[in-house]
Design a protein around this ligand. Structure first.
Ligand code: TXA
Ligand code: MG
Length: 317
């Protein structure tokens, strides 16, 4: 596809130093990760972090995930614990975010962490992003690169569509491998999953050697991402449908569904991983095609299917 956006850049050494300079100057950069594309800024700088909230129109009470290169870069900001070491060793770098207690001496912007005593930390796997993180002496606050409550971007073009020319640099890393946001695990007390993702409860339970629950109806809502409308295409959605009307977009899964102009199959071969990768891309396409209603068939609730169902339920609210 022809690149019609002049702010989408392919990485080479010159572009890499441009990106690093921009981040040092407290500017924002669109970056690829293995999950979804993100909007990156200096997590130690409130000036930089404010730009993120402003551009995304994100409420200040919703904290950001802080992205690091490795443990060494993190030790001044948070308290480590045994469960964290177990999961870090097994899954990082990778699509998992840990909630840990913040250290008093941490230099993290209070705005980035919404004045909480905890911090969400993640070690992304994308090679370009890791190169960037390694060459900076500050971590990056990186939310998904979409306007608040909208669908997360899974390609550089999606990011350009969200922010137009208000974002000067978007790093082109191709389509995201996973296509859904990281699993968020609270490790500040008894481990809980706050947001499901590719790394599921069974895998995490095994690594911790104890059962872990998905926190669904907690009164103290720790991840505002668990709340209300989110990941929304901005069109009414009906879930778990067997049929759709002609003028509706029908999102389906598996080969038992016929082909058709208004049929969008997330995975003919019934692969949940493929469906996860296609979900946001498909919802964005349907929105761009100006459909007024989206119907979705039922999607199995196993593996990453749990996360797909979680995002669909929030998108439909
Ligand atoms: O895969 C991902 O995690 C992507 C990529 C770009 O890294 N990032 C991402 O960020 O999804 P964002 O901002 O769209 O979602 C962050 C989620 C929100 O639901 C937020 O409420 C939660 O993490 N969060 C952040 N800090 C938290 C904290 N201290 N306690 C509980 N939840 C927290
Ligand atoms: Mg998001």
């Amino acid at each position: 596809m022809k690149n019609i956006y002049s702010n989408i850049l392919k990485v080479n050494n010159r572009v890499l130093s441009k990106i690093i300079n921009s981040l040092k100057k407290k500017e924002l950069v669109g970056v690829p990760t293995e999950t979804v594309y993100g909007l990156a800024g200096n997590a130690y700088s409130s000036k930089s972090v404010k730009k993120i909230y402003h551009l995304k129109k994100r409420p200040y009470k919703n904290p950001l995930i802080i992205h690091y290169y490795n443990l060494k870069y993190l030790k001044n900001d948070v308290e480590f614990n045994k469960n964290f070491f177990k999961l870090y060793k097994k899954f990082s770098p990778g699509p998992i975010t840990f909630i840990l207690k913040r250290k008093k001496k941490s230099q993290l912007s209070n705005i980035a962490t919404a004045k909480l005593k905890t911090v969400a930390v993640r070690f992304p796997k994308n090679k370009v992003l890791r190169k960037i993180l390694k060459s900076l002496n500050f971590p990056l606050a990186i939310p998904s690169a979409n306007k608040s409550t909208r669908i997360s971007p899974v390609s550089a073009e999606d990011v350009a569509q969200e922010f137009k020319s208000s974002l000067k640099i978007i790093v082109n890393g191709g389509p995201c491998k996973i296509g859904l946001e990281s699993t968020v695990v609270d490790l500040t007390s008894k481990p809980k999953i706050l947001r499901p993702g590719l790394i599921g409860p069974t895998t995490i339970s095994k690594a911790l050697n104890k059962k872990i629950k998905i926190n669904q109806s907690s009164k103290i809502i720790k991840a505002p991402g668990m709340l209300k409308r989110h990941y929304s295409p901005g069109i009414p959605m009906r879930l778990n449908q067997k049929k759709a009307k002609k003028q509706e977009a029908f999102v389906v899964f598996g080969k038992k569904f016929k082909k058709g102009k208004n049929i969008f199959n997330l995975s003919y071969k019934s692969s949940l991983n493929e469906a996860a990768k296609n979900l946001y891309k498909t919802l964005r396409l349907i929105k761009n095609k100006k459909y007024k209603i989206i119907c979705v068939c039922s999607i199995p609730k196993t593996g990453i299917g749990l996360a797909i169902n979680d995002r669909l339920a929030k998108a439909a609210k």
